[in-house]
Design a binder for this molecule. Structure first.
Ligand code: ZN
Length: 460
C-alpha cells in the first residue's frame, strides 16, 4: 500500500495548510514541516481533512486467498513422530534407519518413513524453514509416491512461497489419486489464482464447492469472478516479468510506459535485494471507480498489492514521478513478501517499500526525535501486525518511523543488511530474533540506533 501522507489543516480564516503528519491534543494541532514540528492553537482551526491517498492496512502479498487444510498423511504413528523429532531437533540417524528398513520391503516400513519425514517437516515449518521442510516431503514421497496427504502438504508449502507452478505438480498427482477431493480442488484454485489463471481458478473453486460447502472457498470464488468480469474487457501487455491488464482508462502508451518502468524497477530490486521472484507478477490498471468496486478497499487507499499490483491510473497519460513512486513501492512489497516467505512484519514491509521508492526521513526526522525525547515512541513490536486498527495519526507515524528504521539499517550496514534480514525473517522464530542474528541488535537497540542516525543525518 502507498501513503502520500498529505493531510490538510483548514483554518477558520479559510487558509489551508498541507502537512505530512498532523496530530492534535486538547489545545493544539501539531504538524510536520520541512523545518520541523509546528503547532497551532486549536481555536483557529476549523477542521482537518485527511488525505484521500493514504495508507491502507489492506494486505500485501501476505494473505493467501484461502487457508490450507490440515491433512495428516499417516495416522497411528505417534511413536515414530516422537522418535524422529525430540529434544528440539530432528533425529537423522533414526530416519536413516527407518529408510533402510523400508528399502527391505513392507508397507509398514514405508508408512513409518512417511510419518518420520512428516514430523520433521512440521517441526521445520514451525521454525520457519520451509525450504528444508520441502526436502523432507520430497524424500518421503520417494518412498510413498501415492500418499496424497504428503502431496497436499508439499503443495501447501510451495503455495505459501508463491511458487504456484511448482505447486501444480504435486496437486496434479494428488488429483489422479483422489479425483473427488475438495482439498485438492481448493488448493488447485489457489495455485491458479496465484498464477493469474483466473478461468482455471474459478473452475477449481466451483468444483471444490460442489464436493463440499466451504464459506472461504465461496468468498474466494466470488472475488475471482469479480476480477474476471472486470478484466474481460481489458487489454493486455506482457514482458518477461509482468503480465499487465488495463481497460479504456489507460492508453497503450501509458501501459507500455508502466511496463518499462516496472522492468527497470524489477532489475534494480533484483540486484539490491538479491532475490528473483519465481512467477510472473500480475499488474492491473484501474479507473478509480473500478478500483473501489473490485478491491472493496476504503476510499483513501491509493494502490495496493494483494499478490497482484492494483494501481488506479485515472487521468494519467504517462508515468508521472508520483506514479513511478507508487509502482516501485508496490513492486517492492512483492519482493519483500516473497523473499521473506510472507513473514515480514508490516513495519519492515512498509519501511523497505518506502525506502526503495526513494522516500527519505528528511521532513519527519525532527518530529520522530522529539517523540523519542518525550518517551512517546511506541516499541517497534507494536508495528508488526496489520495497521488497520491504528488511527490515522498513529499510522502516519508508523510509516515515518518504519522508514527511519530501515534507513538507519541501510546506513549502518548497507542495503545488503536489509537483504540478509529479509532472508532471516523467512526462517527465524521472530523478526526481532532475525534482527539479533543478522544485525546484532534487538528492537531497543534498533530504536536507539535510528534516533542517533536521524540526529546525525538530518538535525545537525
Ligand atoms: Zn505499502
Amino acid at each position: 500500500m502507498s501513503s502520500a501522507g498529505g493531510d490538510t489543516i483548514v483554518l477558520k480564516n479559510g487558509r489551508r495548510i498541507t502537512a505530512e503528519t498532523v496530530t492534535e491534543d486538547a489545545e493544539h494541532v501539531t504538524y510536520l514541516t520541512p523545518a520541523g514540528q509546528l503547532s497551532l492553537p486549536k481555536s483557529i482551526v476549523a477542521r482537518i481533512e485527511k488525505d484521500d491517498f493514504g495508507y491502507s492496512s489492506a494486505s500485501h502479498s501476505s494473505e493467501p486467498p484461502v487457508s490450507a487444510p490440515e491433512i495428516e498423511p499417516v495416522r497411528g504413528y505417534e511413536d515414530v513422530a516422537a522418535l524422529a523429532v525430540h529434544d528440539n531437533q530432528i533425529d537423522f540417524g533414526y530416519i536413516a534407519r527407518l529408510e533402510s528398513d523400508a528399502r527391505s520391503g513392507g508397507a509398514t516400513g514405508v508408512a513409518k518413513v512417511a510419518a518420520a519425514h512428516y514430523a520433521a517437516a512440521q517441526f521445520l515449518v514451525g521454525k520457519g524453514d520451509t525450504n528444508t521442510a520441502i526436502d523432507h516431503y520430497r524424500e518421503a514421497l520417494a518412498f510413498a509416491p501415492d500418499n496424497a496427504g504428503l502431496l497436499l502438504n508439499l503443495a501447501v508449502l510451495y503455495l505459501r512461497q508463491s511458487q504456484f507452478t511448482a505447486a501444480l505438480d504435486p496437486l496434479e498427482r494428488a488429483r489422479r489419486l483422489q479425483p473427488d477431493s475438495a482439498d485438492v480442488a481448493k488448493l488447485m484454485g489457489w495455485a491458479y489464482y496465484g498464477a493469474n489463471k483466473m478461468d482455471r481458478a474459478i473452475e477449481e473453486w466451483q468444483r471444490a464447492l460442489k464436493l463440499r460447502p466451504d464459506a472461504e472457498v465461496k468468498a474466494a470464488l466470488e472475488k475471482a469472478q469479480r476480477d474476471k468480469a472486470e478484466e474481460e474487457s481489458y487489454r493486455e501487455g506482457e514482458t518477461s516479468h509482468f503480465d499487465l491488464k488495463y481497460n479504456g482508462s489507460a492508453t497503450p502508451d501509458l501501459a507500455r510506459g508502466i511496463l518499462r518502468a516496472l522492468e527497470d524497477d524489477f532489475r534494480d530490486l533484483e540486484s539490491q535485494l538479491d532475490y528473483t521472484p519465481h512467477e510472473q507478477i500480475s499488474v492491473i490498471l484501474y479507473t478509480q471507480q473500478a478500483f473501489a468496486d473490485i478491491t472493496r478497499a476504503p476510499g483513501w487507499v491509493g494502490a495496493l498489492n494483494d499478490g497482484r499490483l492494483r494501481i488506479p491510473v485515472q487521468g494519467l497519460s504517462s508515468v508521472t514521478p508520483e506514479l513511478a513512486h507508487v509502482l516501485k513501492h508496490e513492486l517492492t512489497h512483492s519482493f519483500v513478501g516473497q523473499k521473506s516467505h510472507n513473514r515480514a512484519p508490516t513495519w519492515l514491509q512498509e519501511g523497505v517499500a518506502q525506502f526503495m521508492e526513494g522516500r527519505r526521513s528528511t521532513s519527519a526526522a525532527g518530529a520522530l526525535v522529539e517523540a523519542a525525547n518525550q518517551g512517546a515512541m511506541p516499541p517497534l513490536g507494536a508495528f508488526e501486525g496489520p495497521w488497520m486498527s491504528l488511527d490515522g495519526n498513529t499510522a502516519a507515524f508508523a510509516y515515518a518511523w518504519s522508514l527511519a528504521v530501515v534507513e538507519s539499517i541501510a546506513d549502518s550496514g548497507g542495503v545488503s543488511d536489509i537483504s540478509r534480514l529479509l532472508d532471516r525473517v523467512g526462517t527465524a522464530p521472530s523478526t526481532e530474533a532475525a534482527a539479533k542474528e543478522v544485525l546484532h541488535s534487538d528492537y531497543a537497540d534498533l530504536q536507539q540506533q535510528t534516533i542517533a542516525y536521524l540526529k546525525h543525518a538530518y538535525l545537525r
